[in-house]
Design a protein around this ligand. Structure first.
Ligand code: FA5
Length: 338
């Protein structure tokens, strides 16, 4: 029995009419037009025919095939158009919606204090200098009258890269670097990051200092007191309590530490000032003749003072923050307040 192309065409068109999804159409296409599909098996039957019958049968199979192809292509392209239209509708932009607000960044409180300190000292005629954070033991300690076996090295335990190279423990390391390169008179501040093996509510392993020093003929301790008092009054206001306390640093003689009235408790005593009512913010003193010797300055001709302040301590006092570690946690809720 020879199959009928007309009947096959009718069946195919019926199936296509019921199909709505692309997969269904493709399945029907494979069923009729595929290499092993219905049309292919009809064509195989050509071999059993001869003469006019063969020609007519061949023509009608080809007509059926062309018609199915046309229908399939038409359907597929209609489905594609529909999908495109649906996608466009789905992704429609409402250009009348209000835009998203851009979040404005703020300067970190440590940067703000750093800038403020730099502004005050620039106004007093100080230049800004910088030194490396990965520093030689020589500049961090030895040139500052802290030889290898000096017990005061314990106060600034640090992170060593090698026997001779370390993360600097204070910005005082910039002093001998600048003095080696320049001759007095000098009025310098050196802001920067420093590192120590420290961690509690008023100490972090990484923090910031600003070093300051002045070297000239006839620089005295009263110059040091005058400049620091003026600076602290500018920073904290004229009424802020300040006290100078005798202290010890191997690179200054005499030495002092400067405290400020604790602003967290107004001096009544709290966990930040450890009950004392005062918070230490800087170390200072007259530059030791041994330091001048290591940079080949004549200690008979020149004198100088130096000081080093802790920026986070100042930020704590200015903004009333009771835990120094908050500065480095990068909690956006904390930072937004400044
Ligand atoms: C020094 O670092 C000396 N180089 C300062 C100095 C310079 C003295 C020039 C004389 C002449 P000190 O270790 O005390 O000193 O530190 C100075 C300040 O840094 C302190 O007053 C304190 O405010 C701050 N500081 C010290 N350790 C930490 C720490 N771990 N975290 C945060 N701040 C600190």
């Amino acid at each position: 029995m020879i199959g009928s192309p007309e009947k096959l065409l009718k069946e195919a068109l019926d199936e296509l009419q019921r199909a709505s999804a692309r997969d269904e159409v493709l399945q029907i296409k494979a069923k009729y037009l595929g290499r092993k599909g219905e049309i292919a098996s009809l064509l195989k039957e050509l071999g059993n025919l001869t003469g006019d019958g063969k020609r007519e049968f061949g023509e009608s199979v080809n007509r059926a095939k062309a018609r199915i192809e046309e229908e399939v292509e038409g359907l597929l392209s209609a489905i594609l158009d529909k999908e495109k239209a649906e996608k466009l509708e789905e992704e429609r932009l409402d250009v009348t919606l209000p835009g998203r607000r851009l979040q404005l960044g703020k300067r970190h409180p440590v940067t703000r204090i750093m800038d403020e300190v730099e502004d005050i000292f620039s106004g007093l005629g100080f230049d800004i200098a910088e030194g490396p954070e990965v520093e030689l033991d020589y500049y961090n300690f030895e040139a500052l009258n802290l030889p290898k076996d000096h017990p005061a090295r314990d106060m600034q335990d640090t992170f060593y890269i090698s026997e001779e190279v370390l993360l600097r423990t204070h910005t005082s390391a910039v002093q001998p670097r600048v003095m080696e390169a320049r001759k007095p008179p000098l009025r310098i501040i050196a802001p920067g990051t420093v590192y120590r093996r420290d961690s509690d509510i008023t100490h972090t392993p990484m923090f910031h200092q600003v070093e300051g020093f002045m070297v000239d003929r006839n620089v005295t301790f009263s110059n040091l007191k005058g400049i620091l008092t003026l600076f602290l009054h500018r920073l904290f206001g004229e009424k802020t309590g300040i006290r100078f306390r005798p202290s010890f640093f191997p690179f200054t003689e005499p030495s002092a530490e400067v405290d400020i009235r604790c602003v967290i408790c107004s001096g009544t005593g709290c966990r930040v000032c450890k009950g004392s009512g005062w918070l230490e913010i800087l170390g200072a003193g007259m530059i030791h003749p041994e330091v001048f010797k290591s940079v080949k300055y004549d200690a008979e001709e020149f004198t100088g003072f130096a000081f080093g302040l802790g920026i986070e301590r100042i930020a704590m006092l200015k903004f009333g923050i009771d835990d120094l570690r908050l500065f480095f946690e990068n909690d956006i809720r904390f930072l937004r307040q400044f």
